[in-house]
Design a binder for this molecule. Structure first.
Ligand SMILES: [Zn+2]
Length: 293
């Protein structure tokens, strides 16, 4: 039997995406500031063990270790020539673990700078940067592309257009919202309804939010309502952090328990969020409780 497309599956199944990768790699010895992409080449068994922990927790969407895998991000480490090889490898590692009833989500994070006029990069140049990364993720076996943690609708839509240009796979698009004066907006000031509409208009199949600046669990519930309203029946996604970050002795901690995240997951599903996952501070234990819920 052919595996259903992700968009089809969204209509009929409760889907759980996975949780944070970075914190899991730090637990396995990665240094802050180290290039996480390097681990696809040099520590593939560690990457697969993170994927496996989330897969065993009940997550059917396995996100590749390629958040910082664009040429512009790799060039910061002097590794710009590794884009094709390491993104392909990232998808292959996730595919090894996802299995016949899981999906490989090819992850694309921010390119690390601003578009014109705040920065020097044009939308065309940015689309080229994203096309290169996404092509390699597709080659490695991605089942969908995730353009995530975006605060500029212009950047997010460049990622969606880039994916559309190189593949027919579904594109998932998520923004990072913050709350100021009681309203959710991207860092660029765009409100939820406008941001979500722009992403669907650019060709995304599934749109929502991940991460979030200082959002509480209650905030994510309010944000989910706005996203579902803006989506107008189209599939949505929310990958919250494990609560708002707390500063302790200069370190950042996320304190929401697996039980609290499970309660949040149940509420988000009830509000109509199609795919629930986790972002900063979430672990396989959180995702197991959320998938169960
Ligand atoms: Zn996050």
């Amino acid at each position: 039997m052919k595996k259903p497309s992700l968009a089809e599956a969204c209509q009929c199944a409760d889907l759980t995406c996975d949780g944070a990768m970075g914190t899991q790699l730090i637990e396995r010895g990665m240094q802050i500031g180290e290039c996480g992409m390097l681990w696809n080449a040099e520590r593939p068994e560690d990457i697969k063990s993170v994927h496996q922990a989330y897969r065993s927790a009940g997550c059917r969407l396995i996100t590749t270790n390629s958040f910082g895998g664009s040429r512009s991000m790799l060039e910061r480490h002097g590794l710009g020539d590794k884009v094709a090889e390491w993104n392909r490898r990232a998808a292959e590692l996730a595919a090894d673990v996802a299995g016949p009833d899981g999906w490989v989500i090819g992850d694309v994070g921010p390119f690390g700078d601003f578009l014109e006029p705040m920065g020097d990069t044009t939308a065309e140049e940015l689309e080229g940067i994203f096309r290169e990364q996404i092509s390699a993720l597709v080659e490695g076996g991605a089942d969908a592309i995730l353009v995530e943690t975006m605060s500029d609708p212009g950047e997010l839509c460049a990622g969606i257009r880039a994916a559309r240009a190189v593949t027919d796979l579904p594109v998932i698009a998520t923004y990072t919202f913050q709350k100021s004066a009681g309203e959710f907006r991207t860092m660029m000031g765009t409100k939820v309804a406008e941001a979500v509409k722009a992403a669907y208009d650019a060709g995304a199949s599934i749109v929502g939010a991940n991460c979030g600046t200082d959002l509480s669990l209650a905030d994510y519930i309010e944000l989910a309502k706005e996203i579902v309203a803006a989506a107008g029946g189209r599939p949505t996604i929310l990958q919250p952090n494990a609560g708002a970050p707390q500063q302790v002795d200069g370190d950042i901690h996320y304190n929401a328990t697996p039980e609290e995240m499970a309660g949040l997951a149940r509420t988000l599903r009830g509000l109509g969020i199609a795919i629930v996952g986790g972002c900063c501070g979430t672990s396989p234990a959180h995702l197991a409780a959320m998938a169960q819920a």
